[in-house]
Design a binder for this molecule. Structure first.
Ligand SMILES: Nc1ncnc2c1ncn2[C@@H]1O[C@H](COP(=O)(O)OP(=O)(O)OP(=O)(O)O)[C@@H](O)[C@H]1O
Ligand SMILES: [Mg+2]
Length: 252
């Protein structure tokens, strides 16, 4: 199928695509992930979720996109250092305002407002949320007007126990903001080794348009990447061998 290059996206048929910047992956996805979609990147610690995100943002910078990196890691310098080690220097793009790294403090009650306001007001092309797991496990504040209308429909006993419907409300809130902003988003999720779900909350995979699983095989000393789901895209489900080195990760 012909691949037509536009400004920042590749188009196959009517679907505009956004390059991840991960060598080998864009080819597997007919040019990239669908524009204005949400892709969940799940994996155990050290599987390369954050590195995936750095590359997604670095590609955005290269293509002139406005990018937001939401992190629950207080040490943004540490992230920048790790990205720098891999050959991605975000400093000039941060200084010019093209890229913003924003720390989300889960101890702050207004964390959702901070996050959603930034997503909706920043006019971002690409947004990363690394990671959704602590947010999906946070208690809900029922006096938040953003939640109240939806929360009226749920059992208030469940709010205090943090059970299933409440967590779903959190996730919907985040995913809705990403959808409304019309950005292309990558959201990471921590996955305990051997989990049969695609995310720790067991729900994000249903709300996302795409799911990519990163895994580790210590016995074989191998890393793998598998595309389990991608809206409007024909793709293999077969796990691909990847390696991490200069430039980030690539399919080998
Ligand atoms: N400069 C580098 N060269 C080669 N491999 C690297 C380099 N930097 C990191 N790695 C590898 O990548 C791993 C970390 O990747 P990353 O931080 O993206 O994982 P993660 O899935 O985000 O982990 P966590 O769940 O702890 O946040 C390291 O454990 C190491 O194996
Ligand atoms: Mg990480």
């Amino acid at each position: 199928m012909a691949l037509i290059q536009t400004d920042n996206t590749a188009t196959v048929g009517k679907i505009k695509r956004v390059k991840t910047g991960i060598k080998g992956l864009d080819e597997l996805l007919s040019g990239g992930i669908p524009k204005e979609s949400i892709t969940l990147v799940s994996g155990p610690p050290g599987s390369g979720k954050s590195i995936f995100c750095y590359q997604f943002i670095a590609k955005g910078v290269q293509e002139g996109n406005k990018c937001l990196y939401l992190t629950l890691d207080k040490k943004i310098e540490g992230l920048l250092l790790q990205a720098g080690e891999l050959g991605m220097n975000f400093q000039p793009a941060i200084e010019s305002g093209q890229v913003k790294f924003l720390f989300l403090n889960i101890n702050k009650k207004l964390i959702y407002e901070t996050m959603v306001n930034e997503i909706l007001s920043g006019n971002y092309d690409r947004v990363v949320l690394d990671s959704i797991t602590p947010l999906s496990e946070m208690p809900i504040y029922i006096n938040n007007p953003e939640f109240t209308s939806e929360a009226d429909n749920i059992d208030h006993d469940e709010i205090s126990t943090g059970t299933f419907p409440v967590r779903r409300l959190h996730l919907h809130y985040i995913m809705n903001a990403l959808e409304t902003s019309k950005c292309t988003a990558v959201v990471t999720s921590e996955l305990p080794s051997g989990s049969t779900n695609y995310s720790r909350d067991g729900l994000s995979e249903f709300l996302a348009d795409g799911v990519i699983i990163l895994s580790l095989d210590p016995t074989m000393d191998r890393r793998k990447l598998a595309v389990m789901k991608m809206r409007s895209t024909k793709h293999t489900l077969k796990p691909q061998n990847i390696e991490i080195g200069k430039g980030g990760m690539q399919i080998i």
